[in-house]
Design a protein around this ligand. Structure first.
Ligand code: 6PG
Length: 259
């Protein structure tokens, strides 16, 4: 469990553009810190539409050159069970907006392979791949430097949806999760992997998410996002004012140089 004395850090910004820019600054600062301290930056990207603006800013000046892409390994916190060229693919969106535009070695982009296999096989393969990169055995959860997370309108995060079986998985890092209401399979990080991170950072934008942000921060138990509770790491919420609208008075932004 997260140290009960350590509450999440909430960073809010006036609009979506500032949120994307400050999230890019935060990303670059964490990348620099990880490379300086351990020689590599391990990051898992979130999916959906919100991170698109962040990825586009990261792929351009000045942030592009503030990340050592040769020492950055990119994973995906979740993926739709679709081919890599599907418009639904989180990998495709990240590749188009960021990964194809920065000098990251191909071997350091770890997409979820989905072709010619079952969802369960895809999850097992991804789980095995993470363990191989981090050199951890079956009983350990590796520590990502940063896991970016989104927040769905129902309070889901990654592909941990309310009422889905993945919420209860504790013995793997990755699992295949059938999402009834979407009638589709997802491949997702599980809580043991998410909560082992040095930093879990939600990136949420838009007024339609504000009530779910409030509920998640209030620890509402039926919200999957509320169970992101890094045991040792930091929990940070990067919000625009619209997504923070139910939280009361405006808070501080990111201090200079990133959080
Ligand atoms: C996905 C995501 C998912 C997403 C939320 C928010 O694959 O869809 O990982 O968890 O972060 O659904 O999505 P939007 O950013 O599109 O609102």
């Amino acid at each position: 469990m997260t140290d009960p004395n350590r509450s999440p850090q909430i960073l809010r910004f006036p609009d979506a553009g500032t949120l994307a820019r400050e999230a890019a600054r935060f990303f670059a600062a964490r990348a620099q810190q990880a490379v300086a301290e351990r020689g590599m930056f391990y990051v898992a990207l979130s999916g959906g539409s919100t991170p698109r603006a962040l990825f586009e800013v990261l792929a351009g000046a000045p942030f592009r050159d503030q990340v050592d892409w040769s020492r950055t390994q990119v994973f995906f916190g979740d993926e739709r069970f679709v081919p890599a060229d599907s418009p639904e693919s989180n990998y495709r969106m990240a590749n188009e907006t960021l990964l194809s535009r920065v000098p990251i070695p191909e071997r350091f982009v770890h997409r979820v392979a989905t072709e010619d296999m079952t969802p369960e096989e895809a999850a097992a393969l991804y789980d095995e791949g993470i363990r191989r990169v981090f050199r951890v055995g079956l009983s350990e959860a590796p520590q990502f430097d940063l896991i970016l997370l989104g927040l769905g309108p129902d309070g889901h995060t990654a592909s941990l949806f309310p009422g889905s079986m993945a919420l209860n998985v504790r013995d793997t890092l990755v699992v295949a999760n059938f999402v009834e209401k979407m009638d589709s399979w997802r491949i997702t990080f599980t809580y043991p992997l998410i909560n082992a991170a040095r930093c879990d950072a939600f990136l949420v934008q838009g007024r339609e998410k504000a009530e779910r942000v409030r509920q998640a921060l209030a620890g509402q138990a039926d919200l999957p996002a509320a169970h992101v509770q890094p045991a040792q790491g930091e929990l940070i919420w990067l919000l625009d004012d619209e997504a923070a609208a139910e939280l009361g008075q405006p808070g501080a932004g990111v201090p200079p140089g990133g959080a």
